[in-house]
Design a binder for this molecule. Structure first.
Ligand code: MSP
Length: 481
């Protein structure tokens, strides 16, 4: 692999950022930092942003008495701020209202139209504004969209342009079965293949009644269906940003399981129609609930990234989000559980070890020799890399925390504080230095491994422990009660 391009979904701006969005974005940032270390900054591209057109956003703007673009401009900084406080190092913040995007989407769509793959038709059926999605009978649960049971789907009949999705059924089955496009986790691939084999219908890709969108180039009375233009963000960015063409196709589209169909079947078919290469991997992570309940505005249990960062700090929030449960699975969390995890693994585990070793070094006036590092290999590196490559972030963290426990145990057994108390002449030659040198080198390794997950903490640890004379400092993670 010589380049790595990772994307998050572009988030709807009808609402402010919540911890669900943060989960995907932090995960993408962790991969970005990890691959930047391996491939160099210039060979990694990380894109995130906002999805700003469509009925849902237009309605949110209207509610606030604003024009859609004015409304969008007021919400976008909230996403930018959320990513800033979480230390998200994206390369570009994408907005679908960027005219460079609008132009390229129109060109690509025109190309698909010219190839005869888009035709006029009448759409009659249901539409869920919450999902910005046309619904089929089989999507409904008790006549409602299962994801938005509080909002009645709208009945629609309008002239639309239809994309010949059905044409791609066989090709997509081959692409997904052969892992030409790798859908992960495996269970998600099965789910998509199962649904795909039930058959594909052509889909409406324009809207007659929605003015807040990009006009269809050959029929300006219609706008491009919001999902179609949004999906193209991943591609258009590589075309309008300077020197980023080499990044297409994406190496990884990171998404939540809710939008897997769009990112696999619809997106890959559109790319095929436009003669563009397909993404390499699409990973759908699970959803988390809060105290056993779906996170939702109406239940009032939505947690904002700011709430977590204010309480725990950026690095601890990043750690807590990634360590709770396996990345591809659903999970549940609560503030209480996060506090427990923070105190056990950060305040007591990592933080305590760092203070303890720094204090010992200071008391023993330990002086670190400078040339110990050459040719040094971290024993856990291989299993850590494998966990990262397989998106097993919680396993990667467990590897680091096992190392922390091992070092704690080593110090408890070696009891360097007792060695310190021995009278000068009776000290076993070099023993305290050996114990501390080992502890310090292990801590430096822990600092290195933590870099993608906890960049600030990693830097603090490395800065503190690379000095010849190590001094104690204030606790990294003060206990929370
Ligand atoms: N705008 C579309 C995506 C277009 S991408 C071409 C969209 N936006 S969204 O704002 O609804 O964001 C959905 C994404 O937010 C999910 O795919 C997931 O990444 C994240 N999450 C939203 N709620 C979540 C949880 N409760 N748990 C985990 N992730 C969640 O869909």
């Amino acid at each position: 692999m010589d380049k790595y391009y990772v994307t998050t979904p572009i988030y709807y701006i009808n609402d402010i950022p919540h911890v669900g969005h943060a989960y995907t974005t932090v995960s993408a940032d962790i991969l970005t930092r990890y691959y930047k270390q391996k491939l160099g900054n210039d060979n990694v591209l990380f894109l995130t942003g906002t999805d700003e057109h469509g009925t849902k956003v237009a309605a949110a703007a209207k509610e606030e008495g604003k024009e859609p673009k004015e409304y969008a401009d007021s919400i976008v900084p909230k996403f930018e701020d959320a990513w800033k406080i979480l230390n998200i190092d994206y390369d570009h913040f994408f907005r679908t209202t960027d005219i460079r995007h609008e132009k390229i989407v129109q060109e690509v769509l025109q190309k698909i139209y010219d190839k005869g793959l888009i035709e006029e038709g009448i759409y009659e059926g249901l539409y869920c504004v919450g999902c910005e999605k046309f619904l089929t009978e089989s999507d409904l649960v008790n006549g409602k969209c299962p994801l938005h049971p509080n909002k009645k789907p709208i009945h629609q009949k309008e002239k639309n342009y239809f994309f010949k999705l059905s044409k791609y059924e066989g090709e997509l089955i081959k692409d997904f079965e052969s892992d030409n496009v790798n859908i992960l986790p495996e269970s998600r691939k099965k789910e998509i293949l199962g649904k795909l084999k039930e058959g594909l219908k052509d889909i409406a890709i324009s809207r007659e009644e929605v003015s807040w969108g990009i006009p269809i180039p050959w029929d300006k009375k219609q706008t491009i269906y919001v999902w179609v233009e949004a999906l193209f963000n991943y591609y258009t960015a590589t075309q309008f940003l300077n020197h980023k063409q080499k990044f297409w196709p994406a190496d990884l589209h990171l998404i939540g399981k809710d939008i897997l169909w769009f990112h696999t079947v619809i997106w890959c078919a559109l790319l095929k129609a436009a003669d563009l290469p397909l993404p390499k991997t699409i990973f759908a992570h699970g959803f988390f609930s809060i105290n056993g309940q779906k996170m939702s505005k109406s239940l009032g249990n939505v947690i904002s990234p700011k709430e977590l960062v204010d309480k725990f700090g950026a690095d601890a929030t990043r750690y807590l989000l990634e360590s709770q449960f396996p990345f591809g699975e659903d999970g549940d969390f609560s503030i209480e559980k996060l506090i427990e995890g923070y105190n056990a693994y950060l305040a007591n585990g990592l933080g305590n070890l760092i203070s303890r070793v720094a204090k010992l070094c200071e008391t023993a006036r330990f002086v670190q020799s400078s040339n110990e590092k050459s040719g040094h290999v971290i024993v856990e590196q291989e299993s850590f890399d494998k966990a990262m490559e397989e998106f097993r972030f919680n396993d990667a963290l467990s590897i680091v925390w096992e190392k922390i426990s091992k070092l704690d145990k080593y110090i408890n057994e070696e009891k360097p504080w007792e060695l310190l108390k021995l009278p000068e002449g009776s000290k076993k030659l070099g023993s305290i230095e050996d114990v501390l040198a080992h502890a310090v080198s292990q801590i430096q390794e822990i600092g290195i491994l933590l870099k993608p997950f906890m960049p600030e903490t990693s830097k603090k640890i490395i800065d503190q422990f690379e000095k010849p004379q190590i001094a104690s400092s204030s606790p990294l993670f003060p206990r929370i009660v």
